[in-house]
Design a protein around this ligand. Structure first.
Ligand code: PHE
Length: 355
């Protein structure tokens, strides 16, 4: 029997066994690899005498094609089988009930922070953040509230160590200090975030939210403060007119200091902002004390400005008609799905508090 016939019989019977892909690939290289059987037969052609050469070459070519075709069809069969097996396994049962789908909601406090941030960004304020765990210096001393100052007692501070060096910030005002220490004036920032005081009843929660504002430049005065707050409150409550009054007050870090009330009335059981003769306190503010500016290496003879601290939760309660502050933090999913906001309503220009 000729060599070619032997190869053909041998490999046809091999290939017709039930082979896997790797075994077929092995046969392919045994035949057609660099030193494969078929390749070696091709190399022989030159040494065959002329009378037989043509016949041998044509038989060899035919054998090569037959083997190649057989190999290709075997590989194809295996791949087809594999696809069919997968299709069989991954059949979708369209009669199954759908999985339940829960859509998250934005908490009213987060929504309010986003709205406040968007309003102040439009008038040139950038957003700063500070840590919830502060040192005593940034929270009090640098803000002209030295040890034994009576204002310290008013804050019901959560201290974190016996030496009273670390604490949960009682207001967002330490972000003023952090901002002014790391940069040079002018400053025009707001700083929303969590604040803490040991206090709990229907209108106080041990954790609450404030947004600090700070604008320091040459020639900034109380009129700028009034204009800025007036603009903010109108934008926030989406009203044309607002009644606002500045009441003299005291904060160690501002001089003069004021608390701001807005006028409102109750109509059909709902709060209407900007009308009526009732007053509601919403923020503390004032001109930044020269001592505070000196503490952060800003020359008070060259630069002055104002600061304010707004209670965010209170604004959210007013705008969205929520009457118990504690409900904000009870994590009741039904409450959230009622008072929460659709994620798509969030303004995109605020990068959000790290939550
Ligand atoms: N930090 C003050 C508070 O928590 C509010 C405030 C901020 C007052 C900035 C004046 C200026 O009550």
């Amino acid at each position: 029997m000729s060599d070619l016939k032997k190869i053909k019989d041998n490999f046809f019977s091999k290939l017709n066994q039930n082979l896997g892909l790797s075994e077929i690939n092995q046969i392919k290289s045994d035949l057609f690899g660099k030193n494969g059987l078929i390749s070696s037969q091709f190399k022989k052609i030159g040494s065959i005498n002329e009378s037989e050469r043509k016949k041998f070459a044509s038989e060899l070519n035919i054998l090569k094609d037959e083997l190649q075709d057989l190999i290709d069809s075997k590989i194809n069969d295996i791949k087809k089988d594999e696809i069919n097996r997968k299709l069989e396994k991954e059949k979708i049962d369209v009669t199954l009930p759908e999985r339940s789908f829960v859509r998250g909601k934005i908490h009213p406090v987060s929504q309010t922070i986003d709205e406040i941030s968007a309003i102040f960004s439009e008038i040139g304020f950038s957003i700063e953040e500070g840590p919830d765990i502060e040192n005593e210096y940034n929270n009090f001393t640098a803000l002209n509230t030295p040890d034994n100052h009576p204002a310290r007692d008013m804050h019901d501070t959560f201290y974190l160590d016996k030496k009273k060096e670390k604490l949960l910030r009682t207001h967002t005002s330490p972000v003023q200090i952090r901002t002014m220490l790391k940069d040079n004036p002018p400053f025009k920032i707001i700083a929303p975030g969590r604040t803490y005081r040991s206090d709990s009843d229907q209108t106080h929660s041990p954790m609450f939210h404030q947004v600090e504002g700070l604008h320091i430049d040459k020639n900034i005065n109380m009129g700028d403060l009034k204009g800025c707050l007036n603009y903010f409150i109108k934008e926030f409550f989406e009203v044309e007119k607002i009644k606002m009054r500045f009441r003299p007050s005291h904060f160690p870090f501002t001089e003069p200091s004021a608390e701001v009330d807005i006028g409102y009335e109750i109509k059909d059981g709902k709060i209407v902002i900007g009308e009526g003769d009732k007053w509601l306190e919403i923020l503390g503010c004032g001109m930044v004390h020269p001592k505070v500016l000196k503490n952060v290496n800003v020359d008070p003879l060259k630069y002055q400005g104002y600061a304010f601290g707004i209670g965010i939760d209170r604004l959210a309660m007013l705008k969205y008609g929520i009457n118990d502050l504690r409900s904000f933090f009870e994590c009741d999913y039904r409450w959230l799905s009622h008072f929460g906001f659709d994620p798509l309503d969030v303004p995109t220009n605020y990068r959000g508090l790290s939550r």
